[in-house]
Design a protein around this ligand. Structure first.
Ligand code: 5GP
Ligand code: ZN
Length: 115
């Protein structure tokens, strides 16, 4: 998966504004933020998307990082939305599992927008 853009970020081959890092995950700001805070959390190991091949420890590490990212970005109290676009119907555009942490302004109700 050497051509995967998020693998390249995980290896430090593409620069990114790193927010949090541990053994299993890396969090960095989205290149095209949809809100004042828009950070992505990825497993360092490549998985295309959420599925039965993703070990529970990886899922745990991703979601354990969420409040740490929120704290680092200053939205722990104000709140934020956590989104995983998983597969074609969800319009996943980067085929390396990632969690969006989005906040910093008030959102509308609901989270589902169809074409
Ligand atoms: P998806 O639609 O797959 O859930 O979200 C992919 C996200 O990755 C998008 O929000 C997009 O802006 C972001 N992204 C794509 N390429 C890069 C990159 O090279 N660097 C960073 N920091 N974000 C990226
Ligand atoms: Zn990858």
């Amino acid at each position: 998966m050497s051509e995967c853009v998020f693998c390249m970020i995980a290896r430090g081959e593409i620069p990114a504004k790193v927010v949090y890092e541990d053994d299993q995950v890396l969090a960095f700001d989205d290149i095209a933020p949809q809100a004042p805070v828009h950070t992505l959390i990825i497993p360092k190991e490549h998985f295309d998307r959420m599925g039965p091949d993703v070990p529970a420890e990886v899922i745990s590490a991703l979601f354990t990082a969420v409040p740490k990212v929120a704290e680092a970005k200053g939205v722990a109290e104000s709140g934020y939305r956590v989104i995983v676009n998983n597969g074609p119907d969800a319009m996943q555009t980067v085929g390396h599992l990632h969690v969006h942490v989005i906040g910093g302004k008030r959102m509308s109700h609901g989270m589902v927008h169809f074409e």
